[in-house]
Design a protein around this ligand. Structure first.
Ligand code: UDP
Length: 235
């Protein structure tokens, strides 16, 4: 099988791990995602993963709270998700390291770029947890940042819809799907796919993004094989 990419960065939202419940972690979903990641590894791909935390806590939910504290809680939520995914990956035989942008060294290695790259080269999956380690950022931005740092060839942005639409397809039956888009279109049209900081970082560093539906089994592999699924974003 010939692949279009060698090193990829998979971005999973926290919601992706929650399944139908919409909150917390559904371990059946974790296992299914882990199996799909294993398929990538079995085919020789190097896989970095950034997991969100929205299934547990989002900083902006902390109304009336100090925003920085609320964001610290969000970053800790990403750690919980990262450990859950690590467990599912290791259960299906994928050696996995969690690297944290916040220091929690009893449970995860500190994030060091060269360490991350070494783990990838040795065939380990690497989960980047705690986002960027800074409040006022998102895990989409963390995905763009880590992708740039590890020189990933693409960001695989897993969603609950099958690509980018001109308006919310859940609410608008006439929403139109884009097969291809430029970063600048996302910014100009204010399309709700990634926040503007993350989109700009991808644009400035020329990192392509594939937005696809994670709920369809086998889609992660299809995305890296270069099958035309979802929406492809570049300059
Ligand atoms: N967060 C943060 N800095 C980061 C990444 C995340 O403060 O670099 C916090 C922020 O509060 C965010 C929460 O962690 O709301 C969970 O991340 P996100 O909302 O990106 O998760 P997702 O929507 O992907 O599940």
């Amino acid at each position: 099988m010939s692949y279009k990419f060698k090193r990829v960065l998979l971005k999973l939202s926290g919601e992706a791990l929650a399944g139908e419940k919409g909150f917390g972690i559904d371990f059946n979903i974790c296992k299914r995602i882990a199996k799909e990641i294993k398929e990538l590894k079995d085919n020789g791909l190097e896989v970095g993963i950034v997991v969100g935390g929205g299934n547990i806590w989002r900083g902006r939910a902390g109304r009336g709270m100090d925003r920085t504290t609320a964001d610290h809680m969000g970053m800790l939520a990403t750690c919980i998700n990262s450990l859950a995914l690590q467990d599912s990956l290791e259960e299906c035989g994928v050696i996995t390291r969690v690297l944290s942008a916040l220091e929690i060294k009893q449970i995860a290695e500190p994030y060091i770029r060269r360490k991350a790259v070494r783990h990838l080269e040795k065939g380990r999956a690497v989960i980047f947890s705690s986002g960027t380690g800074n409040p006022f950022f998102s895990t989409d931005t963390a995905a763009a940042l880590r992708a740039a740092e590890i020189e990933a060839e693409v960001i695989l942005l897993a969603k609950k819809v099958d690509g980018i639409y001109d308006k919310d397809p859940m609410k608008n039956y006439d929403a139109k799907k884009y097969d291809r888009l430029n970063y600048i279109d996302i910014l100009n049209k204010n399309l709700q796919v990634m926040d503007s900081t993350a989109t700009s970082l991808c644009m400035d560093n020329n990192i392509p993004i594939i937005v696809f539906n994670l709920d369809v089994e086998g889609n992660i592999l299809k995305a890296v094989k270069g099958d035309e699924i979802g929406t492809f974003v570049n300059k």
